[in-house]
Design a protein around this ligand. Structure first.
Ligand code: MG
Ligand code: ZN
Length: 162
């Protein structure tokens, strides 16, 4: 039912869901952090849509192409085993000054619109300041993922339940 769920957790990818070895793109290099899958399941059970927003400048740097990224995403989604509504990505390098690279909020605003979401009901969860800024720029709540005490997906679940 469209409109039944109006809140989402926006997720950064590298360093948030999977380990980031620098321009990670090979399915065989995919390692998901402990606790991520369980945390995402709980967030979903709380009625949040899950949407990934990721900077992938490795594409325009020529390190990999969009097809390779898509293959990585297929593996990621199958290993996560939770429903990810959509993956938004920016392929540009910082010096291209595009309008979609985080912390710019364009992709996040697009997602808010496409899924009829209320920004104030949503969180941006990521490991970098650019993720937090991106969320703030679009009016969502934010949560810094550190994978240590206070900054895990379980901690986000606790915060939401509190
Ligand atoms: Mg990251
Ligand atoms: Zn871009």
């Amino acid at each position: 039912m469209i409109g039944a769920m109006n809140k989402a957790i926006f997720l950064d990818r590298d360093g948030t869901l999977n380990y980031d070895d620098g321009y990670t793109h090979k399915p065989s290099d995919l390692k998901i952090y402990d606790g991520v899958i369980e945390g995402l399941k709980e967030l979903q059970d709380l009625g949040y849509l899950l949407i990934i927003i990721t900077n992938q400048s490795g594409i325009n740097r020529g390190f990999y192409d969009e097809n390779q990224m898509n293959e990585f995403h297929e593996t990621l989604l199958s290993e996560l085993g939770v429903k990810i509504e959509k993956i938004y990505f920016c392929p540009h390098k910082p010096d291209e000054n595009c309008d979609c690279r985080k912390p710019k909020p364009k992709l996040l605003q697009k997602a808010l619109q496409e899924f009829h979401l209320t920004p104030e009901e949503c969180y941006f969860a990521g490991d970098k300041d650019s993720d937090i800024q991106c969320g703030l720029n679009a009016g969502t709540k934010t949560f810094l993922i550190t994978h240590s005490k206070g900054g895990t997906f379980q901690d986000l679940v606790k915060l939401i339940k509190s």
